[in-house]
Design a protein around this ligand. Structure first.
Ligand code: SF4
Length: 348
């Protein structure tokens, strides 16, 4: 079996055809920056970050709707911390909170249950952002809300699904040699989830874990697939990811959610690329449909092009100048899964 130092040596000295790989998972983006993986690659291997950070792909109208709800009578918006600083069209939830909006930060969606049980006369709107990975947790929250008779919990959903975004990138001329498939999403969906995309676009996929060694093995494996013209899906994260999906989770998702056309920040409306609550559960929906407007707070922000790997963060004129993690002008600089955030950290 090839040892890691040999793989690193291969990646560093690779001198074959130019290869462009893309990761489409925010946790991979962060892990790649944290482990300094880009520094291990030869100039012939480009590693691009795609639209895999949930906070980064949320359109401004979603943030604006949360802000509006935070000022609604008897209503509190409940959210994870990284959403607080994401710019809407004019301001973030943080500044809205400073102006008197009712906003609470939690560490788990399930924390909403206690808030709602303790004050049944107040509506608690959870900012349900995420991908296939987080959607199952929202089904558990809804299960519990129904079981406990809590009719004062609502979700404002911005749940995205990966295949639609990958199709969009491929259909719109993104020149990608191979995809590092998201490990967390694959743990829910199974690696077969990407088979149709690999076959349709004739591009290989490598499912990877998040450790430095796991990423090196998957990147090496993906390069071998590219060179061999092997346009299949290979699972390099077998300790966690199965080939098939989990039928129990899929059943829960289908119970509450249906596929929908949704808007991605900077990319526009992508057919069947998200999940919305079914009509049967509309009493839990805080108005998630039609949040399609995507007005930038700063028109110079190039988040959309960065999410589609058309430009790198350093090509944005605001990068590192007025846009920093302490003063983000776009969503990609807010989350630790964002491309701009990670480029900034690796340079400072
Ligand atoms: Fe947007 Fe800031 Fe990234 Fe520029 S550096 S694209 S302003 S988030």
């Amino acid at each position: 079996m090839t040892q890691i130092p040999e793989l690193v040596d291969y990646l560093k000295n690779y001198d074959g055809p130019a290869i462009r790989l893309m990761e489409v998972c925010g946790s991979h983006t962060h892990a790649i920056a944290k482990h300094g993986i880009r520094n291990l690659l030869s100039d012939k291997i480009e590693l691009l970050s795609g639209p895999g950070c949930p906070v980064c792909v949320t359109p401004t109208s979603y943030i604006d709707r949360l802000i509006e709800l935070s000022f609604q009578e008897n209503t509190t918006v409940v959210t994870f911390g990284d959403l607080l600083r994401v710019p809407g069209a004019k301001e973030s939830l943080n500044t809205a909170k400073g102006r008197g909006g009712s906003v609470e930060m939690v560490y788990s969606p399930m924390d909403v249950l206690k808030l709602a049980a303790d004050n049944k006369y107040r509506i608690y709107v959870f900012a349900a952002v995420g991908f296939e990975t987080t959607a199952p947790v929202y089904t558990l929250l809804l299960d519990q809300a129904i079981l406990q008779g809590l009719d004062n919990i609502k979700l404002l959903t911005a749940i995205k699904t990966m295949p639609g975004a990958i199709s969009y990138l491929c259909d719109n001329g993104a020149k990608i040699s191979g995809f590092i498939a998201p490990g967390h999403v694959s743990a829910v969906t199974g690696s077969n989830y990407f088979n149709n995309l690999a076959a349709k676009y004739q591009i290989p996929f490598a499912v990877s874990g998040f450790g430095a060694k796991e990423l090196i093995v998957a990147i090496y494996g993906l390069i071998q697939m590219v060179l061999a013209g092997d346009n299949s899906v290979k699972n390099f994260y077998t300790s966690v990811v199965e080939q098939e999906n989990n039928p129990i989770i899929e059943g829960k998702l289908n119970k509450y959610f249906e596929k929908a056309d949704v808007t991605w920040r900077g990319m526009g409306l992508i057919p069947e690329s998200g999940l919305l609550l079914r009509q049967e559960y509309k009493q839990f929906d805080a108005g998630s449909r039609g949040l399609d407007v995507d007005n930038k707070m700063n028109n110079a922000c190039r988040c959309g092009e960065i999410l589609m790997a058309k430009v790198k963060p350093v090509e944005c004129p605001l990068f590192g100048k007025i846009c920093k993690p302490s003063s983000p002008q776009g969503a990609c600089m807010v989350s630790e899964e964002g491309s701009c955030f990670n480029y900034y950290l690796s340079q400072n």
